[in-house]
Design a binder for this molecule. Structure first.
Ligand SMILES: Cc1cc2nc3c(=O)[nH]c(=O)nc-3n(C[C@H](O)[C@H](O)[C@H](O)COP(=O)(O)O)c2cc1C
Length: 452
């Protein structure tokens, strides 16, 4: 294999070299114990060496902090957004290999119960794969890759949650009543996880974005679907048109998602690398949030960029890294803040609340953003509310009707400094003043160490 193709294991090696990989050698149960243990470890990158009832090690939390993704992409954390913007602008066709590590071992029989799917909560419907990426080849729009939580039904069957009107759902609908050939990859490097989390326009293959981030060789499965050669496991099968109950499941917001009728996947073949490493992801945890939120920052930035000078975007963890964003603009017109707020929803239709701030506000600091709202915003002038909009299925307070897009109200808060008519404002009343810096070593200071 070409050593320059990043894989889950090359990234685990990098984490270990930087002393950021925790190993657990005790036997851990996949049923409730493993998830609780990973949460108790603060979701730091972890390798569970022994999961009871399974022959495979489990890696988790590998991109639970933005800095790990930045390491994987070879950029500083503050350059991640820019790197994604560049990759989206220059997708590249991945090379197709004749064979690859993910096909080193072909299992003689299919038994999904040998894979260490975790049951995360007592209330969940059963054991779920949560770091699984579904690959398909739509007859009209071509290849697509997307994350789907997968509930294990028995040794050969899974049920997938397909959010309505997204890529996989639309392809599955299009081929009805025929089944849709699919391949599920588990155990992937950060750049492929990130690319699979993106929702580019139909016809843009996520793996061409992955290739723009780092080399992403593909191999063809027996059923024709192309998958990353470096994946640890590949499950080949068919997304059938048969439905069954999926859920409940504690999802991104940390609340219990409802039971829905969802399609069954039948698995025909399992292949894997030698000594494969299964990958797990804590639903509602930090890693889930990083992967959900980060890919929406460039799309919001692009949409806002059409109406204002967008300088930065942050999807905040307090908003479950999906429902809230802070947008930073360089304000050059009186209504730029209002227009930026409106445009943000075009860049991320599931967004619910957005705050627009000026360039002097640190968007990564919630106190600074709140300060901007406190000192620059007037609700009767700067608040926009759009009732009854298409919204996120993950918002438990939205109106959720079976088979229909969720609906909720959207709010934009323009917390930029108000202009006086068409004139830029006198900044004086809006600037936060700071005391000059003081050299404390020049003073004899005693006691009161606990003053903070
Ligand atoms: C960790 C993680 C889990 C996800 N789980 C699901 C899921 O269960 N169902 C779903 O439809 N989308 C899920 N998504 C979002 C899809 O990956 C996302 O909708 C996809 O990027 C849409 O792309 P597409 O429209 O090209 O298919 C998840 C994303 C992440 C990062």
């Amino acid at each position: 294999m070409n050593e320059s193709s990043p894989s889950l294991r090359t990234f685990l090696d990098l984490l270990a070299r930087r002393d950021e990989l925790t190993r657990v050698t005790d036997a851990v149960a996949a049923d409730l114990e493993a998830a609780a243990l990973l949460a108790a470890l603060g979701e730091r990158p972890t390798l569970l060496e022994h999961v009871r009832g399974s022959d495979y090690r489990v890696a988790a939390g590998i991109v639970s902090r933005r800095r790990y993704l930045a390491w994987a992409l070879g950029v500083k954390p503050e350059r991640l957004l820019q790197r994604l913007v560049e990759a989206l602008a220059s997708p590249g066709p991945p090379p197709l290999w004749d064979g690859g590590p993910c096909r080193e071992v072909v299992k003689p029989t299919v038994d999904l119960r040998r894979l260490p799917f975790f049951t995360h909560w007592q209330t969940d419907a059963g054991p779920y794969a949560t770091a699984a990426v579904l690959f398909l080849d739509d007859p009209e729009t071509g290849p697509n890759a997307s994350f789907h939580r997968l509930l294990r039904l028995d040794e050969r069957h899974l049920v997938a949650r397909l959010v309505e009107n997204r890529g996989a759902y639309n392809s599955w609908h299009r081929v009805a009543p025929a089944p849709l050939p699919v391949a599920i990859a588990i155990g992937l490097p950060p750049h492929i996880l990130l690319a699979a989390s993106m929702g580019p326009p139909p016809g843009v293959d996520e793996m061409t974005i992955a290739q723009a981030l780092a080399p992403t060789p593909l191999v063809r499965c027996e059923n024709g679907i192309q998958v990353p050669a470096v994946a640890e496991f590949i499950l080949e099968g068919r997304l059938t048109q048969q439905l069954t109950a999926e859920g409940p499941f504690v999802d991104l917001t940390g609340t219990l998602d409802i039971v829905r009728q969802q399609p069954i996947i039948e698995i025909d073949r399992i292949t894997h690398r030698q000594a494969p490493i299964y990958q797990a992801l804590l639903p509602g945890g930090l890693e889930h949030k990083v992967l959900m939120g980060l890919p929406k920052e460039p799309t919001i930035c692009a949409a806002v960029g059409e109406v204002a000078d967008c300088r930065n975007v942050y999807i905040t963890p307090g908003g479950a890294s999906w429902l809230h964003a802070v947008v930073q603009i360089h304000k050059t017109e009186a209504d730029a803040g209002r227009r930026a707020g409106e445009a943000a929803f075009r860049g991320h239709p599931s967004l619910k609340h957005v705050v627009v701030v000026d360039t002097d506000i640190d968007i990564f600091n919630p106190e600074a953003v709140e300060w901007a709202i406190a000192t620059r915003f007037q609700a009767d002038r700067d608040l926009q509310v759009w009732p009854d909009q298409p919204s996120s299925s993950l918002d438990p307070s939205a109106c959720q009707l079976p088979g229909r897009k969720a609906r909720a109200a959207k709010v934009a808060v323009d917390a930029t400094v108000p202009w006086e008519g068409n004139q830029p404002p006198a900044m004086q009343p809006f600037r936060q003043l700071a005391f000059p810096s003081v050299d404390l070593t020049a003073y004899h200071i005693e006691g009161g160490k606990n003053g903070n």
